[in-house]
Design a protein around this ligand. Structure first.
Ligand SMILES: Cc1cc2nc3c(=O)[nH]c(=O)nc-3n(C[C@H](O)[C@H](O)[C@H](O)COP(=O)(O)OP(=O)(O)OC[C@H]3O[C@@H](n4cnc5c(N)ncnc54)[C@H](O)[C@@H]3O)c2cc1C
Length: 428
């Protein structure tokens, strides 16, 4: 079987790269040493071409790894053989309906462009995941991406009213919806957060809001994690409805404090008067990079726990890091109980990478012990799939496998992602 020659007939020779370029073999977990392999990178230009590629792979039992912007933090688009199916050419804004607050876009349109086009039409797309200039709306749907504003506005799922998607058989699923339509099963709900394991999303129908002017942010400082988390809990208990309720622990503040004109934060001095709202958000967006810059890399997670247990998670992250000889810190979305616990590392040192993975496993243990989840934001991907059964329970995993078998009967879509790898059925 010549993958490249056959798929060139489907998408055109110029859109098949065999062997695939290095960038197609990793996502944002590269810092943590995760790198895959594949026979070819294929870049279809339409839903029909996506369907053609998937049907070809289904006939031969060849694994398909859907790839959006490659910003994922769980290794979900890191291929394990087969074909990388990149969606970047599906980059058309198909339709904008300002009067009915709707937009239809190809799966390859970047998140930032969705937000820009919405704004140009007097509308607002609320999800604000951190890597918006590179992540694609299809990837956002596949991971049900959120961000700081998820507390107030909900994650991507809330804003998706329809998708066009290619099932693991190569058939096209047209799950376009009205704002209210209870006729079908909630297939959209299944596809949101499915991490490329159930279907390849090719087009997304979005619901939007009229343009929105945020209130200026409030910054508050507390002596320790316990006091800070108690304050966050008090905000909600009082019935306040903030759009965002984020936190940084001492280590994250020390890393990020000196960036973006916020030198005073690092010195612990009090801020007087108003800080420009845009500056705060720019600084907030840079935290992950500022933390990674400390050692050149980081392994950061997205476990979530009930808010009442968040302080234990934050303190526990630093303790776990110390046990493995790694500096660690946390920041995240207190209102949703999500903590980006990060272990800082020099990615060129294999021993540090190994220690960081061991530390992450302990962080998962802690999150589960605190009544939490392995992933509040990025998905299980390839990095955490091995713990799915322990975290979710055997009946839930069996139900997930049954859903997968219905939509991807040959198991060719992202095997080993989200669910532990089973045998590829009918594979020659
Ligand atoms: C600096 C930084 C900040 C981040 N901040 C956030 C944040 O605040 N909130 C958050 O939720 N995430 C965040 N992320 C993670 C990441 O940006 C999101 O998970 C994003 O939604 C991934 O989109 P992508 O297009 O890059 O997908 P990829 O990384 O390409 O893929 C992610 C998963 O989706 C699947 N996939 C991609 N496209 C499709 C498609 N069209 N059809 C079917 N499956 C598909 C892939 O197979 C894979 O399993 C951050 C990442 C970085 C690097």
């Amino acid at each position: 079987v010549s993958v490249a020659a056959d798929l060139a007939r489907v998408v055109g020779a110029e859109h098949v790269l065999a062997p695939p370029p290095a960038w197609a073999l990793h996502d944002a977990t590269e810092w943590a040493g995760l790198r895959g392999s594949a026979e070819a990178l294929v870049r279809p230009g339409s839903t029909e071409e996506v369907a053609g590629v998937v049907a070809w792979c289904a006939e031969r039992g060849v694994p398909v790894t859907p790839r959006g912007g490659g910003t994922g933090l769980a290794g979900g688009c890191v291929p394990d053989g087969g074909v990388v199916l990149a969606l970047d050419r599906l980059d058309r804004v198909v339709e904008v309906e300002p009067e009915s607050w709707r937009m239809v876009v190809g799966a390859g349109v970047t998140t930032a462009r969705v937000r820009r086009v919405a704004a140009e039409n007097g509308l607002h797309f609320p999800p604000d995941p951190g890597a918006a200039e590179s992540s694609q709306i299809g990837g956002n749907v596949a991971t049900n991406a959120g961000g700081p504003h998820t507390l107030g506005f909900g994650a991507t799922r809330r804003w998706v009213v329809g998708v066009e998607a290619v099932l693991g058989t190569g058939e096209v699923l047209d799950a376009r919806r009205l704002h209210r339509d209870v006729a079908p099963y909630d297939l959209l709900g299944l596809l949101c957060g499915s991490e490329g394991t159930l279907a390849v999303i090719t087009e997304v129908h979005l619901r939007l809001l009229p343009a929105y002017s945020p209130e200026p942010p409030v910054l508050a400082f507390y002596d320790d994690a316990e006091a800070g988390c108690a304050a966050a809990a008090a905000v909600l208990a009082e019935g306040q409805q903030p759009a965002v309720l984020d936190f940084l622990d001492a280590g994250a503040l020390a890393s990020a404090g000196r960036s973006g004109g916020f030198a005073l934060l690092a010195e612990g001095a009090e801020l007087e008067g108003a800080v420009a709202s845009d500056d705060v958000w720019r600084w907030r967006e840079g935290i992950a990079h500022a933390v990674a810059a400390q050692r050149g890399g980081k392994l950061s997670e997205d476990v979530a726990v009930p808010l009442a247990r968040l302080a234990e998670l934050v303190d526990g992250t630093v303790e776990i890091g110390a046990r493995h000889g790694l500096e660690a810190c946390s920041w995240g979305h207190a209102g949703d109980g999500i903590s980006h616990g990060a272990f800082m590392l020099d990615a060129s040192d294999a021993r540090q990478v190994q220690r960081a993975h061991a530390a992450a496993e302990e962080l998962f243990d802690l999150a589960l012990a605190l009544g939490g989840t392995l992933s509040g934001e990025h998905g299980l991907g390839r990095l955490k799939a091995h713990r799915a059964e322990e975290a979710l329970g055997a009946p839930t995993v069996a139900a997930m496998r049954a859903v997968k078998a219905a939509l991807d009967p040959l198991g060719i879509l992202n095997p080993g992602v989200k669910l532990p790898r089973g045998p590829l059925r009918d594979r020659p």
